[in-house]
Design a protein around this ligand. Structure first.
Ligand SMILES: *[C@@H]1O[C@H](CO)[C@@H](O)[C@H](O)[C@H]1NC(C)=O
Ligand SMILES: *[C@@H]1O[C@H](CO)[C@@H](O)[C@H](O)[C@H]1NC(C)=O
Ligand SMILES: *[C@@H]1O[C@H](CO)[C@@H](O)[C@H](O)[C@H]1NC(C)=O
Length: 397
């Protein structure tokens, strides 16, 4: 059931002051989508709070193939990247955020609780209307960094692009406590990390291999960073598109864990200044808008580039974005460069006043990996190669 947009926005505004839980997937997205300053800053504050509270929870438990596996991604203001899928027979339509930082697939259920407001304003799955539905019923109750989903597992056919996955398990969300998902542009989440992190059974990119739809656990992501363009890029299951990137720049990085898409982060370079990192890891996470790193290092970076800092984040004069030094991430003896314009997020603070926030957050990460979110992944064509346990980054053409 999808209420008219006006109703959705109204609900959102009414609930705004009560927001106490924000999913890392939506992160800044909603704030930037709405653009009022106080809310944006409040949410950064709350997000930081919840990040620190919940950050470990997620860790618990070439032929024409490239054309067959291709799915067009939608982009909402560079903030949400999501794709259409269908579930059931006859097919029921959903839009799900692509999240390489989690592994579960879930969508809101038709049988959601009355107080699940997210369910009022999103597509819901009605298993009673699907001839291919198979009940499973195991309870799910899991959290993202700050979001929370409760419900049960069901089995049905799921179509992603041209691929139909038979007997795919996924979560039917009955409760989505908090307001995390109420204002999301997407209905649910498609987790694309490794199966060990999944609460809903085998992830779709593995199911594709088991069903011999693709030869190996591999997919590629291209994100369009033109926020005025609704074409958000592409995800290709089973292959990659060499017309999208400069092949001679493709560099593969070995994974250090097969949980998240995780690898060693050796250091950073800002202009001429090198910052060595000892024993640090990073993950490639399409589900995060921003880059998240160690507080001390990130704050040093802010000082070096002359950013103004308050408790909510750091920003620079928008006229100076072109003069910002490049930021290189050193991974596997390679430098991956972001220019100033790549690591800036423009936020309209008041009607005629835009502020250029740095899309990098400093947190007390402890031993948690750095998060290379869309600000980083939008700069490079990324190949997620689970079979060979590596990720490939290449310059976009
Ligand atoms: C795959 O889907 C696209 C549309 O999404 C379609 O144009 C294309 O023909 C399909 N390819 C195959 C082999 O089914
Ligand atoms: C799907 O599950 C049903 C019920 O367990 C089973 O009868 C059917 O053979 C399965 N189909 C496939 C393709 O695995
Ligand atoms: C591709 O990358 C190589 C190596 O950096 C560079 O010399 C070449 O000009 C690039 N080609 C294109 C089309 O950008």
């Amino acid at each position: 059931m999808r209420f008219p947009t006006l109703f959705a926005s109204l609900l959102l505004v009414l609930c705004f002051n009560q927001i106490y839980s924000i999913n890392r997937v939506t992160l800044l997205k909603r704030k930037i989508g709405l653009r009022p300053s106080g809310e944006f800053l409040n949410n950064i504050r709350q997000w930081k709070h919840y990040f620190n509270q919940f950050k470990t929870l997620k860790q618990l438990p070439e032929s024409n193939l490239q054309d067959i596996g291709r799915v067009t991604v939608k982009n909402y203001l560079n903030l949400n990247y999501y794709i259409p899928i269908t579930i059931g027979n006859p097919p029921q339509n959903f839009e799900v955020a692509i999240d390489t930082g989690s592994s579960s697939l879930w969508i809101p259920s038709k049988h959601c609780s009355f107080f699940n407001f997210a369910c009022w304003v999103h597509h819901t799955y009605n298993h009673d209307k699907s001839s291919t539905y198979i009940p499973v019923g195991d309870a799910i109750d899991f959290r993202y960094v700050t979001g929370h989903v409760k419900g049960y597992i069901s089995k049905d056919q799921v179509t992603v692009g041209n691929f139909t996955l038979i007997n795919q398990t996924f979560g039917e969300a009955i409760e989505e406590p908090g307001f995390t998902f109420v204002s999301a542009e997407y209905d649910g989440i498609l987790g694309l990390a490794f199966p060990i992190l999944s609460d809903t059974g085998i992830p779709v990119h593995y199911k594709m291999v088991f069903q011999s739809l693709v030869p190996e656990v591999l997919f590629s992501v291209y994100l369009n960073r033109d926020e005025k363009d609704t074409f958000g890029g592409e995800i290709i299951f089973g292959g990659y598109d060499e017309n999208k990137f400069n092949v001679s720049t493709l560099k593969y990085i070995e994974l250090s864990a097969k949980t998240f898409w995780q690898f060693k982060l050796d250091g950073l370079q800002v202009g001429d200044l090198e910052i060595e990192l000892d024993q640090r890891q990073a993950i490639a996470d399409t589900g995060s808008t921003v880059i998240v790193g160690d507080k001390e290092i990130v704050e040093n970076f802010f000082r070096i580039i002359g950013a103004t800092q308050d408790e909510d984040g750091a920003y620079v004069d928008c006229d100076k974005v072109n003069q910002l030094p490049p930021l290189d991430f050193i991974i596997g003896n390679q430098k991956f460069r972001l220019e100033g314009k790549d690591y800036i997020i423009k936020v309209k603070v008041y009607i005629f006043w835009t502020r250029c926030y740095i899309g990098i957050f400093g947190m007390d990460l402890g031993l948690e990996p750095w998060i290379l979110g869309d600000g980083f992944l939008g700069k490079f064509y990324t190949i997620f190669d689970g079979t060979n346990s590596r990720v490939g980054f290449a310059e976009l053409l």
